[in-house]
Unconditional design. Structure first.
Length: 154
């Protein structure tokens, strides 16, 4: 597995370098007045740095990866992959109908209940606080326009 980590790390380094080269062609601008290539350049730089770290790492976790691979493909574990994927499609379909705040709350509640099914209050509190904080961050502070849904009160 160590060989695969190194190859994967070098691939991420090459991809990050390519993104950086493309971003430089878009004009980086300055720190106070960023150009259109500034964020892609940072993204490529992070990919390259993390690729270097992965490429030079000597961590071998083949045993853990083998166990994880067996758990993923074990009988009955398809719901671990299928339910979040279906929830994501449901989120996209319900976003216009119910609006950002309600749909985000329901989506996060479902995902938190999938990970911690025995708890009752914690997924509810986490989903509510995350939905409200993201609403205030994006809709109020950054003034992004998200679907209001049929209720139109937010």
């Amino acid at each position: 597995m160590e060989k695969y980590n190194r190859v994967e790390g070098w691939l991420w380094l090459v991809l990050g370098s390519g993104i950086c080269i493309g971003a430089i062609r878009l004009n980086l601008g300055s720190l106070h007045y960023p150009g259109p290539g500034f964020i892609p350049f940072l993204t490529g730089a992070f990919l390259g740095v993390f690729g270097l770290i992965l490429g030079f790492s000597k961590i071998s976790n083949g045993f853990e990866e083998e166990i994880t691979r067996k758990k993923i493909w074990a009988k009955g574990s398809g719901k671990n992959i299928l339910l979040p994927l279906l929830a994501l499609f449901g989120y996209v379909l319900l976003l216009d109908l119910l609006g950002f705040l309600i749909t985000t709350f329901l989506f996060l509640l479902l995902l938190f209940k999938l990970t911690e099914p025995k708890r009752r209050f914690i997924p509810l509190a986490l989903a509510g606080s995350t939905a409200v904080l993201s609403y205030f961050l994006f809709c109020v502070w950054l003034q992004c326009q998200f679907p209001k849904g049929a209720f139109k009160f937010f």
